[in-house]
Ligand binder design. Structure first.
Ligand code: SER
Length: 326
């Protein structure tokens, strides 16, 4: 087992070096910051290039950092060539709530950045790609409970349409050009190191900050809106494990599941730690987005095919969040 993991860590790049050089695009985001830390731990700081459209002191202090706009094909190509990059993790995207406000911008960023990377892989410039998908690929006509890997997919949000289209393009490039691209469908992600921005599941992070600062939170979703969620450590494990797994015969954007809860349920768990904490509800346009998404996810295919398993339940997630933010 260890031997195979080592073999996967060390692949030949186009220059014949026994090395893996990773580029993370959107490394300053909620997932990117923790993914960069994790990958720098595995591959060594010098082999993991962090990049983002915004400067990031933490990322440049812990290794190489490049400023880049993910839609600028030439700039991304220059970085890939400069560092002889073999693998790209494309984490830059406009999330669901933001994408409703800026549909053209969301389509441009979410789709064109992907095309650039898929084309680099097709041309043999890079060997492997990670591209994140989302539970937003599902829609109001999808079965809501234990949503299966393969099911009806009619997303009605700009973000969901871009993620489903992205999945189809990844599959196309895999089938037609043999591109090694891998994806998971992240649920809402809960973390304390970096705030999420512009998503519908962001309330599940905001609630902790407000509980500690103000003892009160006004939630933009209704109290009984159930959504699939995951603590960041599990999401990072899923990402790294999938990338270290054997080269898949087929492209799949895997359902991954951890926990699901409503705003009321998470507030009750927070109240066990902060008894005076109160929550109010003022649903806004994000309610409609949430209403079209699954309440829970069936991830049996990911479990079977690459051994995926989450480790953080709701209690442990709440405890960890409160302890670290306090
Ligand atoms: N967390 C994302 C969002 O809310 C879903 O992938 O937009």
């Amino acid at each position: 087992m260890t031997f195979f993991i080592l073999l996967n860590l060390l692949t030949f790049n186009q220059y014949g070096y026994m090395t893996n050089t990773i580029l993370i695009i959107g490394a300053g985001g909620q997932i990117g910051t923790e993914l960069t830390q994790k990958l720098r731990g595995i591959y060594g700081s010098n082999n993991v290039i962090a990049s983002d459209i915004r400067d990031n002191k933490d990322l440049s202090a812990s290794g190489i950092f490049e400023l880049v706009d993910a839609t600028d094909k030439g700039a991304v190509e220059n970085i890939i060539k400069k560092y002889k990059v073999t693998e790209v993790y494309l984490m830059a995207a406009l999330l669901s709530a933001m994408a409703e406000k800026y549909p053209a911008k969301a389509w441009d960023l979410n789709m064109n950045s992907l095309f650039h990377i898929l084309n680099f892989a097709k041309e043999g410039l890079i060997k492997k790609v990670f591209w994140p998908s989302s539970i937003a690929v599902f829609g109001p006509t999808t079965p809501k409970e234990m949503t299966p890997q393969e099911t009806v997919m009619e997303p009605n949000t700009v973000y969901g349409i871009s993620k489903l289209s992205g999945e189809r393009w990844c599959d196309y490039y895999h089938q037609k050009y043999g591109v090694d691209v891998r994806s998971v469908r992240y649920p809402g992600l809960i973390s304390w190191k970096t705030l999420p921005g512009g998503g519908t599941t962001d309330y599940a992070v905001e609630i902790f900050h407000s509980a500690l600062q103000d003892g009160q939170y006004t939630c933009f979703l209704k109290e009984d809106t159930r959504l699939p969620m995951m603590y960041m450590d599990d999401a990072i494990t899923a990402t790294v494990d999938l990338m270290l797994a054997d080269k898949p015969k087929q492209y799949k954007a895997y359902n991954i599941n951890a926990i699901d809860f409503t705003p009321k349920e998470i507030s009750e768990v927070i109240q066990k730690h902060i008894p005076d904490f109160t929550i109010e509800y003022a649903p806004d346009f994000r309610q409609k987005i949430a209403d079209g998404w699954p309440a829970s996810i069936d991830d049996s295919v990911a479990q079977r095919e690459w051994g995926w398993d989450a480790t953080f339940d709701l209690e442990r997630t709440v405890e960890t969040m409160l302890k670290n933010l306090a």
